[in-house]
Design a protein around this ligand. Structure first.
Ligand code: B12
Ligand code: SF4
Length: 773
């Protein structure tokens, strides 16, 4: 047993609970234990649910992990948010529907009624709170030996983070909270008072998280840790921050534990130089402005990541990418080779056709603009550029250049008039007339954002802030509220909640007309497509291994962390269908592969044959490279590896659209014998089933040899009885290798059997015969 496991249980015995606050007097106790700590203490980092509308990875926690590792810690990452989302048990929809009831007068600080239900169900419970608690308990169970846990908190994830923090602290685990919501004093103080964290860290966590964890593990209050906030002798203590670090000096984010199967998250700058009055940016990051990385470092990182993960699609996590002309042009120049595709937030200013053309040529496939309103006077009030014509033209130009275009609207901002709203409706209609169905927009109700200028100076916007009354709440919440400053629960402005809802509904009818309705805050139901909830963008589906470590243990590391180098011994050959090019030599590395693919005529189908292609660790990368060139792919396989649904689903996501599962015999005994493996026949059947379930068009094939030729006609029965979803039949004459390979079949017998097969196969099913003998 490792040292820290023993310490965890000792600490449990020695800890004392303070009756009023639930906080632990752990400092002295843990100090005596510090000398037993192993050289590299382990920190568990958790990305809390819910997940949300669009696929993403928590880049912030990857940076925190990198900082911790650089300071001598080991880290383990748990993307609980994505795991629950992929498992279909995310509570996002329920949470949004619940919060939506308050659209028009809410703040984005955690709602006290839901927080009470989650933390103190004895004072009132709900199905949503029960789910959050249950998922937090499950997560805690999956961290049985955790000693110290870090959680990231934003407006949505705060409920789960509070629930898990409480459970873990009851098990004497050290809990540190960070992320945007923890930079907002009322919430940070409330959480400390509720005993759900030992300490919180404001702002960037890259550098100071390590010092904070170290201090807590040493059993000392974090008095010397910049930007830390904690409770000591029933008083909230806080240290000033020292400003964010220079981004070029930070260690690269650690992606271990993330399932990187579609895109890589990336950040070129942090913060924002604008100060829109509704936005929390200036308040929660303490007006640090913007910090940019050197474009050369960003490009270097992209090359390294593409090579390491075999992915060429990047998601920028910047507030917006085009804030600084020279800097952005340098970045664009570096991306002008067009090898990568990427998406980012942008501001809709200073983007002429030439610039947008260069952006497109540099691989940009999706731009997300913050527009918020088409009313010049309201934009001025928001402290945004009022050049509405310019903004509309930028959107249209972006679209016309073939870049997918999204924009955000903010509805019911203090001061928004009916005329402003009508203008929004008209301009959006005009935009759809001038563009088309690749245009998306999202609708956000105004809410009082933590740290925004409106929250700090409501009087300037004829707005009144409603703060929590302790006496309205259950005793534990009331007690916490009495010992912190005012806690904003909502606002009143000149626009009543009913008007805001009507305006949103009118905008939503445009979305519906274009088939783009989705669950936004303020929506009263979950829009669906068939049985499935409709999302703003297509989501990720299918089950995947939880962490790289676990997937490695399950033998699937190449999926979660794919290697891109084709091994020389990987016996995967690529050649296009239709015999237009006979054979390309086996590519030795990714570049050779890509070069080969680049030379294929457009519309080619690439067939991947074996050996057994699924043994090639680079198969996911090959599929992706094929898909990215708009080519289609057909894979031939013995089907065994596909018997795991996760594998079939993952390759389908990577672009596998057609497969042939080749059987060596139709009698299980013969097939197993020829494959040299007991059970191979049944596994191949299961593999074919899983491929079909993953919506891969799957042919069932038989390799004809002297031992199997007589039974070829039974392929029809196999498909009808056991694989009714198969798309076609394939009979292949090929030499088999192995210790006692069967001989090639008599050509006359082959002809007879193929004829019989054609007669018996039902109409509409494809039958292909191939002689590779
Ligand atoms: C990219 C982005 C997204 C992406 C990716 C989200 C993500 N969580 O990574 C997408 C588009 C998916 C998204 C969605 C949403 N977003 Co967003 N998003 C951003 C944006 C622009 C950058 C986030 C980012 O990656 N930053 C870079 C990384 C390095 O920073 P970071 O995540 O903040 O982490 C650092 C610190 O916070 C800290 N830290 C973080 N976690 C922890 C944990 C510990 C233990 C410690 C010690 C430190 C620490 O250290 C990290 C490294 O320095 C920010 C704006 C901003 N400037 O932060 C908004 C922002 C985070 N988003 C916000 C919101 C509201 C949302 C949504 C709720 C919107 C919606 N209506 O659905 C959803 C929530 C989705 C979810 N389930 O979490 C708000 C959060 C406000 C708040 N007070 O909570 C922000 C701040 C924007 C804003 N100003 O309003 N978002
Ligand atoms: S809304 Fe966008 S541009 Fe405005 S302050 Fe916030 S992040 Fe910056």
């Amino acid at each position: 047993m490792r040292g820290w496991l023993r310490i965890a249980s000792t600490s449990r015995l020695l800890s004392v609970r303070l009756p009023s606050t639930g906080a632990l007097t752990f400092f002295q106790v843990r100090m005596t234990l510090a000398s037993f700590m192993p050289e590299r203490p382990l920190i568990d980092l958790v990305h809390p649910p819910p997940y949300g509308e669009v696929p993403f990875k928590h880049l912030g926690l990857c940076y925190v992990a990198a900082g911790l590792r650089a300071s001598g810690f080991d880290t383990r990452y748990h993307d609980v948010s994505e795991q629950l989302h992929r498992a279909g048990s995310d509570f996002y929809d329920d949470l949004i529907l619940r919060l939506s009831q308050h659209a028009g007068d809410m703040s984005d600080a955690p709602r006290l009624d839901l927080l009470t239900e989650v933390l103190f169900p004895e004072f009132g419970d709900s199905a949503l709170a029960t789910t959050i608690r249950a998922q937090a308990h499950e997560t805690a169970q999956r961290l049985p030996h955790a000693r110290a846990v870090g959680l990231s908190v934003n407006t949505l994830t705060s409920y789960f983070a509070a629930a898990l923090g409480k459970i873990l602290r009851n098990q004497d685990v050290i809990v540190v909270l960070g992320g945007p919501m923890m930079s907002y004093p009322p919430v940070a103080d409330l959480f400390l008072r509720l005993g759900v964290a030992d300490a919180v860290l404001r702002g960037d966590g890259d550098v100071y998280a390590a010092r904070l964890f170290q201090s807590l593990l040493d059993g000392t209050p974090p008095r010397d840790v910049p930007a830390a906030r904690w409770l000591e002798r029933d008083t909230i203590r806080l240290n000033p921050g020292l400003g964010g670090p220079n981004l070029d000096t930070l260690p690269s984010p650690v992606f271990e534990g993330n399932v990187l199967d579609q895109f890589i998250p990336l950040q070129a700058s942090r913060g924002c130089e604008r100060s829109c009055v509704y936005c929390s940016e200036s308040g929660i990051w303490e007006g640090q402005g913007v910090r940019r990385r050197s474009p050369a470092r960003v490009l270097e990182q992209m090359d390294g990541l593409a090579l390491e993960y075999g992915l060429r699609d990047f998601h920028f996590h910047d507030d917006y990418l085009n804030g600084h002309r020279r800097w952005f042009d340098e970045l664009l120049q570096g991306l002008s080779h067009g090898r990568y595709s990427w998406e980012s937030f942008f501001e809709p200013y200073a983007l002429d056709t030439d610039r947008l053309g260069r952006i497109r040529d540099a691989g940009c496939r999706l731009i997300k603009y913050g527009i918020q309103s088409f009313s010049p006077s309201l934009l001025r009030l928001m402290k945004r550029s009022p050049d509405v014509r310019g903004i509309v033209d930028v959107v249209v130009r972006t679209y016309q250049l073939g870049i997918s275009t999204h924009f955000d609207m903010l509805i019911g901002h203090p001061g928004e008039t009916e005329e402003d709203h009508r203008r929004n409706l008209t301009m959006i209609e005009e935009l759809y007339q001038r563009t088309g169905e690749r245009l998306y927009f999202s609708i956000n109700p105004f809410y009082l954002a933590a740290g925004s200028e409106i929250e700090r100076h409501p009087e300037r916007f004829h707005t009144v802030i409603i703060t929590a009354e302790a006496s309205d709440h259950a005793p534990p919440i009331a007690e916490a509220l009495r010992s912190i400053g005012p806690y904003p629960v909502g606002y009143r402005s000149g626009i009543c909640a009913d008007s805001l809802r009507r305006r949103m509904a009118e905008l939503s009818s445009i979305l519906r007309r274009h088939g783009k309705d989705y669950l936004y805050l303020g929506q009263d139901r979950v829009p669906t497509v068939g049985q499935e909830p409709r999302r703003m963008l297509p989501g990720l589906d299918g089950s995947v291994p939880k962490t790289v470590r676990e997937s490695r243990a399950a033998g699937d590391a190449d999926l979660a962390l794919p290697s891109i180098v084709l091994r020389e011994d990987s016996n995967v050959r690529l050649f296009p269908d239709h015999d237009r090019i006979s054979l390309l030599s086996a590519p030795r590395d990714q570049q050779a592969l890509e070069l080969a693919l680049d030379h294929l005529p457009s519309g080619s189908t690439v067939r991947i044959l074996g050996g057994e292609a699924t043994l090639c660790p680079s198969l996911p990368e090959i599929l992706l490279a094929i898909r990215q060139r708009g080519l289609s792919c057909c894979l031939e396989t013995n089907g065994l590896r596909f018997s795991r649904s996760a594998y079939a689903q993952a390759l389908a996501r990577r672009g596998l659209t057609r497969a042939t599962v080749l059987f060596l015999g139709l009698d299980a005994r013969v097939a197993d014998e020829l494959a040299g493996m007991d059970g191979a026949f049944e596994l191949a059947i299961e593999g074919a089933r899983q491929l079909i379930a993953a919506k891969v068009s799957t042919d069932i094939g038989l390799v004809l040899s002297d031992r199997t030729v007589e039974e070829a006609h039974r392929l029809v029965e196999l498909v009808e009885e056991r694989l009714p979803g198969a798309s076609g039949l394939r009979v292949v004459v090929a030499k088999l290798r192995g210790p006692n390979p069967p001989s090639l079949p008599d050509p006359n017998r082959v002809e007879e059997q193929v004829r019989a097969l054609l007669t018996r196969a039902r109409a509409g099913i494809r039958v292909v015969f191939e002689d590779r003998g």
